[in-house]
Design a protein around this ligand. Sequence first.
Ligand SMILES: NC(=O)c1ccc[n+]([C@@H]2O[C@H](COP(=O)([O-])OP(=O)(O)OC[C@H]3O[C@@H](n4cnc5c(N)ncnc54)[C@H](O)[C@@H]3O)[C@@H](O)[C@H]2O)c1
Length: 319
Amino acid sequence: MTKLRVAVSGVGSLGQHHARIAAASERTELVAVVDPSEVRGREIAEKFGTSWAASLVEVLPRVDAVQIAAPTGFHHAIGLQVLDAGKHVIMEKPLAASLVEGEALLKALAQARAANPNLVAAVGHLERFNPAVQALRRLGFKPRFAEAIRVSPFPMRSMEVDVIMDVMIHDLDLLLALWGKPVISVEAVGVPVLTKYADLVNARLKFEGGGFATVTASRVARKKERTLRAFGENAYASLDFAAQKLEILRLVESPEGPQVLPEVVDIVEGEPLKLELEAFYAACQSEAGDTVPWPDAFEAMRVADQVQKAVAKSLEELL
Ligand SMILES: NC(=O)c1ccc[n+]([C@@H]2O[C@H](COP(=O)([O-])OP(=O)(O)OC[C@H]3O[C@@H](n4cnc5c(N)ncnc54)[C@H](O)[C@@H]3O)[C@@H](O)[C@H]2O)c1
Protein backbone atom coordinates (compact mmCIF):
# COMPACT_ATOMS: atom_id res chain seq x y z
CA MET A 1 0.00 0.00 0.00
CA THR A 2 1.22 3.52 -0.78
CA LYS A 3 2.30 5.26 2.39
CA LEU A 4 0.31 8.22 3.61
CA ARG A 5 2.57 11.28 3.59
CA VAL A 6 2.04 13.26 6.79
CA ALA A 7 3.33 16.35 8.54
CA VAL A 8 2.94 17.30 12.19
CA SER A 9 2.25 20.97 12.86
CA GLY A 10 3.42 21.90 16.37
CA VAL A 11 5.87 19.54 18.07
CA GLY A 12 5.68 20.64 21.69
CA SER A 13 4.68 18.53 24.63
CA LEU A 14 2.02 16.52 22.77
CA GLY A 15 3.13 17.06 19.15
CA GLN A 16 6.41 15.20 19.76
CA HIS A 17 4.32 12.06 20.37
CA HIS A 18 2.38 12.68 17.14
CA ALA A 19 5.77 12.79 15.39
CA ARG A 20 7.02 9.64 17.16
CA ILE A 21 3.94 7.66 16.16
CA ALA A 22 3.88 8.98 12.58
CA ALA A 23 7.58 8.13 12.18
CA ALA A 24 7.07 4.58 13.46
CA SER A 25 3.79 3.71 11.73
CA GLU A 26 3.89 1.28 8.82
CA ARG A 27 1.13 3.27 7.17
CA THR A 28 2.91 6.63 7.03
CA GLU A 29 5.91 8.58 5.95
CA LEU A 30 6.65 11.54 8.22
CA VAL A 31 7.57 14.13 5.58
CA ALA A 32 8.26 16.99 8.00
CA VAL A 33 7.58 18.53 11.36
CA VAL A 34 6.50 22.16 11.36
CA ASP A 35 7.17 24.47 14.29
CA PRO A 36 8.05 28.17 14.50
CA SER A 37 10.70 27.28 17.08
CA GLU A 38 13.72 26.22 15.05
CA VAL A 39 15.47 24.70 18.06
CA ARG A 40 12.47 22.57 18.99
CA GLY A 41 11.60 21.73 15.38
CA ARG A 42 15.14 20.56 14.54
CA GLU A 43 15.41 18.58 17.78
CA ILE A 44 12.24 16.59 17.06
CA ALA A 45 13.00 16.26 13.31
CA GLU A 46 16.41 14.78 14.10
CA LYS A 47 15.02 12.45 16.72
CA PHE A 48 12.49 10.97 14.30
CA GLY A 49 14.53 11.07 11.09
CA THR A 50 12.67 13.77 9.21
CA SER A 51 13.08 17.42 8.24
CA TRP A 52 11.96 20.60 9.98
CA ALA A 53 10.05 23.46 8.35
CA ALA A 54 9.21 26.82 9.86
CA SER A 55 5.98 27.12 7.92
CA LEU A 56 3.30 24.72 6.70
CA VAL A 57 3.00 26.49 3.32
CA GLU A 58 6.15 24.90 1.94
CA VAL A 59 5.19 21.44 3.26
CA LEU A 60 1.53 21.21 2.21
CA PRO A 61 2.15 20.33 -1.47
CA ARG A 62 4.22 17.32 -0.36
CA VAL A 63 1.75 15.71 2.09
CA ASP A 64 -1.62 13.92 2.08
CA ALA A 65 -2.49 14.68 5.70
CA VAL A 66 -1.61 17.03 8.55
CA GLN A 67 -1.68 16.34 12.29
CA ILE A 68 -2.24 19.66 14.08
CA ALA A 69 -0.83 19.82 17.60
CA ALA A 70 -0.13 23.55 17.72
CA PRO A 71 -1.54 25.62 20.62
CA THR A 72 -5.35 25.83 20.50
CA GLY A 73 -5.29 29.51 19.51
CA PHE A 74 -3.78 28.48 16.13
CA HIS A 75 -6.17 25.60 15.35
CA HIS A 76 -8.55 27.78 13.37
CA ALA A 77 -5.93 29.37 11.10
CA ILE A 78 -3.96 26.16 10.49
CA GLY A 79 -7.14 24.12 10.00
CA LEU A 80 -8.39 26.52 7.30
CA GLN A 81 -5.00 26.37 5.58
CA VAL A 82 -5.00 22.56 5.51
CA LEU A 83 -8.60 22.33 4.27
CA ASP A 84 -7.92 24.93 1.62
CA ALA A 85 -5.14 22.68 0.33
CA GLY A 86 -7.61 19.75 0.33
CA LYS A 87 -5.58 17.60 2.73
CA HIS A 88 -6.82 15.19 5.41
CA VAL A 89 -6.52 16.59 8.91
CA ILE A 90 -6.52 15.51 12.52
CA MET A 91 -6.84 18.43 14.93
CA GLU A 92 -5.85 18.20 18.57
CA LYS A 93 -8.61 18.92 21.05
CA PRO A 94 -10.34 21.26 21.53
CA LEU A 95 -11.32 21.71 17.87
CA ALA A 96 -10.97 25.49 18.19
CA ALA A 97 -10.52 28.24 20.73
CA SER A 98 -14.07 29.58 20.40
CA LEU A 99 -17.46 28.58 19.04
CA VAL A 100 -17.15 31.20 16.29
CA GLU A 101 -13.86 29.68 15.14
CA GLY A 102 -15.28 26.17 15.47
CA GLU A 103 -18.24 27.10 13.28
CA ALA A 104 -15.92 28.60 10.67
CA LEU A 105 -13.95 25.35 10.61
CA LEU A 106 -17.12 23.29 10.11
CA LYS A 107 -18.17 25.57 7.27
CA ALA A 108 -14.77 25.28 5.60
CA LEU A 109 -14.93 21.50 6.01
CA ALA A 110 -18.32 21.37 4.27
CA GLN A 111 -16.84 23.36 1.37
CA ALA A 112 -13.75 21.15 1.17
CA ARG A 113 -15.94 18.03 1.22
CA ALA A 114 -17.98 19.38 -1.67
CA ALA A 115 -14.78 19.08 -3.71
CA ASN A 116 -13.64 15.82 -2.08
CA PRO A 117 -16.30 13.83 -0.18
CA ASN A 118 -13.61 11.42 1.07
CA LEU A 119 -11.70 14.08 2.96
CA VAL A 120 -11.07 12.93 6.55
CA ALA A 121 -11.33 15.49 9.36
CA ALA A 122 -10.82 14.07 12.85
CA VAL A 123 -10.29 15.49 16.32
CA GLY A 124 -7.86 14.21 18.93
CA HIS A 125 -10.34 13.25 21.62
CA LEU A 126 -8.06 10.41 22.53
CA GLU A 127 -9.97 9.09 25.52
CA ARG A 128 -12.43 7.58 23.04
CA PHE A 129 -9.51 5.33 22.02
CA ASN A 130 -8.68 4.34 25.58
CA PRO A 131 -9.09 0.53 25.54
CA ALA A 132 -11.19 0.65 28.75
CA VAL A 133 -13.58 3.16 27.13
CA GLN A 134 -13.78 1.07 23.98
CA ALA A 135 -14.63 -1.97 26.10
CA LEU A 136 -17.40 -0.04 27.86
CA ARG A 137 -18.84 1.13 24.55
CA ARG A 138 -18.64 -2.38 23.07
CA LEU A 139 -20.80 -3.59 25.98
CA GLY A 140 -23.45 -1.11 24.87
CA PHE A 141 -23.60 0.23 28.43
CA LYS A 142 -26.34 2.86 28.66
CA PRO A 143 -25.82 5.16 31.67
CA ARG A 144 -28.60 6.86 33.60
CA PHE A 145 -26.19 8.70 35.85
CA ALA A 146 -22.43 9.19 35.53
CA GLU A 147 -19.71 10.84 37.52
CA ALA A 148 -16.49 11.84 35.75
CA ILE A 149 -13.45 13.04 37.66
CA ARG A 150 -10.31 14.37 35.98
CA VAL A 151 -7.96 16.11 38.40
CA SER A 152 -4.20 16.65 38.50
CA PRO A 153 -1.53 18.80 40.15
CA PHE A 154 -0.90 22.15 38.47
CA PRO A 155 0.78 21.46 35.10
CA MET A 156 2.58 24.84 34.72
CA ARG A 157 1.26 24.98 31.13
CA SER A 158 -2.03 25.74 29.35
CA MET A 159 -2.35 28.81 31.55
CA GLU A 160 -3.99 30.74 28.72
CA VAL A 161 -7.12 28.56 28.84
CA ASP A 162 -9.43 27.43 31.61
CA VAL A 163 -9.64 23.87 32.89
CA ILE A 164 -12.94 23.43 31.03
CA MET A 165 -11.57 23.71 27.47
CA ASP A 166 -8.26 22.11 28.39
CA VAL A 167 -9.29 19.18 30.59
CA MET A 168 -13.05 18.82 31.11
CA ILE A 169 -13.63 18.76 27.34
CA HIS A 170 -12.34 15.14 27.30
CA ASP A 171 -15.18 14.01 29.56
CA LEU A 172 -17.79 16.19 27.87
CA ASP A 173 -16.99 14.51 24.55
CA LEU A 174 -16.98 11.08 26.14
CA LEU A 175 -20.28 11.53 27.96
CA LEU A 176 -21.95 12.81 24.79
CA ALA A 177 -20.64 9.75 22.95
CA LEU A 178 -21.79 7.37 25.71
CA TRP A 179 -25.28 8.87 25.94
CA GLY A 180 -25.68 9.40 22.21
CA LYS A 181 -28.03 12.28 23.06
CA PRO A 182 -27.55 16.04 23.41
CA VAL A 183 -27.11 17.87 26.70
CA ILE A 184 -30.20 19.97 27.38
CA SER A 185 -29.17 21.83 30.52
CA VAL A 186 -26.01 22.71 32.38
CA GLU A 187 -25.34 23.93 35.90
CA ALA A 188 -21.79 24.61 37.01
CA VAL A 189 -19.59 26.23 39.63
CA GLY A 190 -15.88 26.90 39.43
CA VAL A 191 -13.08 29.04 40.78
CA PRO A 192 -9.76 30.46 39.63
CA VAL A 193 -7.02 29.40 42.04
CA LEU A 194 -3.57 29.73 40.44
CA THR A 195 -4.50 31.41 37.15
CA LYS A 196 -7.01 34.07 36.23
CA TYR A 197 -9.22 31.36 34.66
CA ALA A 198 -11.26 28.65 36.35
CA ASP A 199 -8.82 26.01 37.62
CA LEU A 200 -11.43 23.89 39.39
CA VAL A 201 -14.91 23.26 38.01
CA ASN A 202 -17.85 21.05 38.85
CA ALA A 203 -20.68 20.76 36.33
CA ARG A 204 -24.00 18.95 36.29
CA LEU A 205 -25.37 17.99 32.89
CA LYS A 206 -28.86 16.85 31.97
CA PHE A 207 -29.26 14.80 28.80
CA GLU A 208 -32.22 14.68 26.44
CA GLY A 209 -34.52 11.83 27.42
CA GLY A 210 -33.34 11.89 31.03
CA GLY A 211 -30.03 11.04 32.59
CA PHE A 212 -27.56 13.17 34.50
CA ALA A 213 -23.83 13.45 34.82
CA THR A 214 -21.61 15.33 37.19
CA VAL A 215 -18.20 16.27 35.86
CA THR A 216 -15.30 17.52 37.95
CA ALA A 217 -12.11 18.89 36.43
CA SER A 218 -9.27 20.39 38.40
CA ARG A 219 -5.66 21.30 37.77
CA VAL A 220 -5.08 22.20 41.41
CA ALA A 221 -5.29 18.74 42.95
CA ARG A 222 -2.75 16.99 45.14
CA LYS A 223 -2.75 13.80 43.02
CA LYS A 224 -3.81 12.70 39.56
CA GLU A 225 -7.15 10.94 39.18
CA ARG A 226 -8.99 10.21 35.96
CA THR A 227 -12.06 8.08 36.55
CA LEU A 228 -15.59 7.55 35.34
CA ARG A 229 -18.35 5.84 37.25
CA ALA A 230 -21.52 5.12 35.33
CA PHE A 231 -24.78 3.68 36.58
CA GLY A 232 -27.22 2.00 34.21
CA GLU A 233 -30.14 -0.38 34.58
CA ASN A 234 -29.11 -3.09 37.04
CA ALA A 235 -25.43 -2.41 36.43
CA TYR A 236 -22.60 -0.18 37.54
CA ALA A 237 -19.35 0.53 35.68
CA SER A 238 -16.16 1.86 37.20
CA LEU A 239 -13.46 2.96 34.79
CA ASP A 240 -9.90 4.11 35.45
CA PHE A 241 -8.49 5.87 32.39
CA ALA A 242 -4.83 5.78 33.43
CA ALA A 243 -4.83 2.14 34.51
CA GLN A 244 -7.07 1.20 31.53
CA LYS A 245 -9.24 -0.84 33.88
CA LEU A 246 -12.99 -1.39 33.72
CA GLU A 247 -15.11 -3.13 36.34
CA ILE A 248 -18.76 -3.96 35.79
CA LEU A 249 -21.00 -4.96 38.66
CA ARG A 250 -24.33 -6.41 37.56
CA LEU A 251 -27.48 -7.51 39.37
CA VAL A 252 -28.15 -11.13 38.43
CA GLU A 253 -30.69 -13.74 39.46
CA SER A 254 -29.22 -16.86 41.06
CA PRO A 255 -30.72 -19.88 42.86
CA GLU A 256 -29.80 -18.11 46.13
CA GLY A 257 -31.67 -15.00 45.08
CA PRO A 258 -30.51 -11.76 43.44
CA GLN A 259 -26.81 -10.98 43.68
CA VAL A 260 -24.52 -8.21 42.47
CA LEU A 261 -21.63 -9.94 40.70
CA PRO A 262 -18.50 -8.56 39.09
CA GLU A 263 -18.08 -9.18 35.37
CA VAL A 264 -14.65 -9.74 33.91
CA VAL A 265 -13.96 -7.37 31.04
CA ASP A 266 -11.08 -8.32 28.77
CA ILE A 267 -8.97 -5.32 27.88
CA VAL A 268 -5.91 -5.30 25.67
CA GLU A 269 -3.89 -2.32 26.85
CA GLY A 270 -2.71 0.15 24.23
CA GLU A 271 -1.54 3.74 23.82
CA PRO A 272 -4.68 5.80 23.11
CA LEU A 273 -2.83 8.34 20.92
CA LYS A 274 -1.35 5.55 18.80
CA LEU A 275 -4.74 3.86 18.42
CA GLU A 276 -6.32 7.20 17.52
CA LEU A 277 -3.68 8.06 14.90
CA GLU A 278 -3.65 4.57 13.37
CA ALA A 279 -7.45 4.83 12.99
CA PHE A 280 -6.99 8.23 11.33
CA TYR A 281 -4.35 6.89 8.93
CA ALA A 282 -6.59 3.94 8.05
CA ALA A 283 -9.52 6.29 7.37
CA CYS A 284 -7.32 8.45 5.11
CA GLN A 285 -6.37 5.28 3.23
CA SER A 286 -10.09 4.58 2.74
CA GLU A 287 -10.19 1.76 5.25
CA ALA A 288 -12.59 1.58 8.17
CA GLY A 289 -11.16 3.98 10.71
CA ASP A 290 -13.27 5.05 13.67
CA THR A 291 -12.31 8.70 13.98
CA VAL A 292 -13.94 11.44 16.08
CA PRO A 293 -15.72 13.72 13.56
CA TRP A 294 -15.40 17.50 13.80
CA PRO A 295 -19.15 18.02 14.46
CA ASP A 296 -18.87 15.76 17.56
CA ALA A 297 -15.95 17.83 18.84
CA PHE A 298 -17.91 21.01 18.16
CA GLU A 299 -20.80 19.65 20.22
CA ALA A 300 -18.41 19.06 23.14
CA MET A 301 -17.23 22.67 22.72
CA ARG A 302 -20.82 23.87 22.75
CA VAL A 303 -21.41 22.14 26.09
CA ALA A 304 -18.05 23.45 27.37
CA ASP A 305 -19.19 26.94 26.41
CA GLN A 306 -22.35 26.47 28.49
CA VAL A 307 -20.24 25.28 31.42
CA GLN A 308 -18.03 28.38 31.04
CA LYS A 309 -21.09 30.65 31.06
CA ALA A 310 -22.52 28.93 34.16
CA VAL A 311 -19.17 29.23 35.94
CA ALA A 312 -18.93 32.93 35.05
CA LYS A 313 -22.41 33.45 36.50
CA SER A 314 -21.52 31.59 39.70
CA LEU A 315 -18.41 33.75 40.07
CA GLU A 316 -20.44 36.94 39.72
CA GLU A 317 -22.47 35.79 42.70
CA LEU A 318 -19.31 34.94 44.64
CA LEU A 319 -17.46 38.22 44.13
N1 LIG B 1 -5.42 15.05 23.41
C1 LIG B 1 -4.83 15.35 24.54
O1 LIG B 1 -4.91 14.63 25.52
C2 LIG B 1 -3.97 16.59 24.62
C3 LIG B 1 -2.96 16.68 25.60
C4 LIG B 1 -2.16 17.82 25.61
C5 LIG B 1 -2.38 18.84 24.69
N2 LIG B 1 -3.38 18.71 23.77
C6 LIG B 1 -3.62 19.78 22.79
O2 LIG B 1 -2.49 19.85 21.93
C7 LIG B 1 -2.24 21.20 21.55
C8 LIG B 1 -0.80 21.54 21.91
O3 LIG B 1 -0.63 21.43 23.30
P1 LIG B 1 0.83 21.20 23.94
O4 LIG B 1 0.62 20.96 25.39
O5 LIG B 1 1.60 20.21 23.15
O6 LIG B 1 1.46 22.67 23.73
P2 LIG B 1 2.98 23.09 23.76
O7 LIG B 1 2.99 24.53 24.10
O8 LIG B 1 3.78 22.13 24.59
O9 LIG B 1 3.47 22.90 22.25
C9 LIG B 1 2.99 23.66 21.18
C10 LIG B 1 4.04 23.65 20.07
O10 LIG B 1 3.47 24.30 18.95
C11 LIG B 1 4.41 25.22 18.44
N3 LIG B 1 3.68 26.28 17.73
C12 LIG B 1 3.34 27.53 18.18
N4 LIG B 1 2.70 28.19 17.19
C13 LIG B 1 2.63 27.36 16.14
C14 LIG B 1 2.10 27.48 14.83
N5 LIG B 1 1.48 28.60 14.43
N6 LIG B 1 2.22 26.43 13.99
C15 LIG B 1 2.84 25.29 14.37
N7 LIG B 1 3.37 25.12 15.60
C16 LIG B 1 3.26 26.15 16.47
C17 LIG B 1 5.20 25.70 19.64
O11 LIG B 1 6.47 26.22 19.25
C18 LIG B 1 5.33 24.41 20.44
O12 LIG B 1 6.46 23.64 20.05
C19 LIG B 1 -3.30 22.04 22.28
O13 LIG B 1 -4.37 22.27 21.42
C20 LIG B 1 -3.76 21.15 23.43
O14 LIG B 1 -5.09 21.40 23.83
C21 LIG B 1 -4.16 17.62 23.72
